[in-house]
Design a protein around this ligand. Structure first.
Ligand code: NDP
Length: 244
């Protein structure tokens, strides 16, 4: 359960799902550390967190850099007095067909979506045992690969595999793990797609249906986290109703 003593760390908290999750966790009582690269945006989210009466800590970090991940976790524990909930949400979606893809984009996605999440999990693990909670934000693309999502899906399938293996390793230590698998959510994610045609096509698809808002996914994260200690919600897939 989340209470006034809970401490959460949310990566990718400068926009979209992460920003909204930070605020909803704060509304539920948690103090929240906010991590991402854009410090100015994190400071704005920190004001929203503090408006709920909870404490906010801004920890600028690039999750693809292992030493920054180590510092991000250490600063959270030092400044907020512990760590009960880690939300590994930072991610990039650089959709490209394999034939046209820039392998540097593959590397970025692997280092942010997968290695960054793995490093943050490892650093946080000693603090999360005995009742802590790990939330890993995957995707519908972590279950089904599609055209142009092969590499992005490879990272998200990787997130699912890593989370399930870890769940088995740490169940007896009292760690709860939740995979969150969103469908289409209106955020900045698609704005970074390098291929203009794919980027515009993605935008059009989002405009054609009543897509999810970041608050819809944040609610799922708070639901999974705010359970009694013997309840582990391991996986939640949340799509817009109209998404096939
Ligand atoms: P946004 O682009 O709004 O948010 C992505 C966040 O990740 C930003 O806060 C960004 O912050 C952060 N980020 C990116 N690269 C790094 C990095 N190297 N180090 C630290 N932080 C980084 O998109 P969403 O809110 O949609 O994305 C959140 C998660 O949800 C992602 O994992 C995404 O894959 C997943 N998802 C999203 C879906 C959607 O339809 N929107 C569907 C399924 C899953 P900054 O740039 O400041 O570093």
């Amino acid at each position: 359960m989340i209470d006034d003593d809970s401490v959460a760390l949310v990566t990718g908290a400068s926009s979209g799902i992460g920003a909204e999750t930070a605020v909803q966790l704060a509304e539920a009582g948690a103090d929240v550390a906010l991590a991402a690269r854009r410090e100015g945006r994190l400071r704005e989210v920190a004001e929203d967190v503090e408006a709920t009466g909870s404490e906010a800590l801004v920890v600028p970090a690039d999750v693809s850099e292992r030493d920054e991940v180590v510092r991000m976790v250490a600063d959270t524990v030092d400044e907020l007095g512990g760590l009960d909930i880690l939300v590994n949400n930072a991610g990039v979606m650089l959709l490209e067909a394999v034939a046209d893809a820039d392998p540097a984009d593959w590397r970025t996605m692997i280092e942010v979506n997968l290695t960054g999440l793995m490093n943050a999990t490892k650093e946080a693990l000693p603090h999360l045992r005995d009742g802590g909670h790990l939330i890993n934000v995957s995707s519908v693309a972590g279950r089904v690969a599609g055209e142009t999502s092969s590499a992005y899906s490879a990272t998200k399938f990787g997130v699912n595999a890593f989370t399930e293996g870890l769940r088995k390793e740490e169940a007896e230590n009292g760690l709860r793990t939740t995979l969150i698998e969103p469908g289409f959510v209106e955020t900045e994610l698609a704005e970074h797609i390098p291929d203009e045609e794919i980027r515009e096509g993605s935008k059009e698809m989002l405009e054609q249906m009543d897509v999810l808002q970041p608050a819809d996914i944040a609610r799922a994260i708070v639901y999974a986290t705010d359970q009694p200690e013997h309840v582990s919600v391991n996986e939640l897939m949340v799509r817009p109703t109209e998404q096939a």
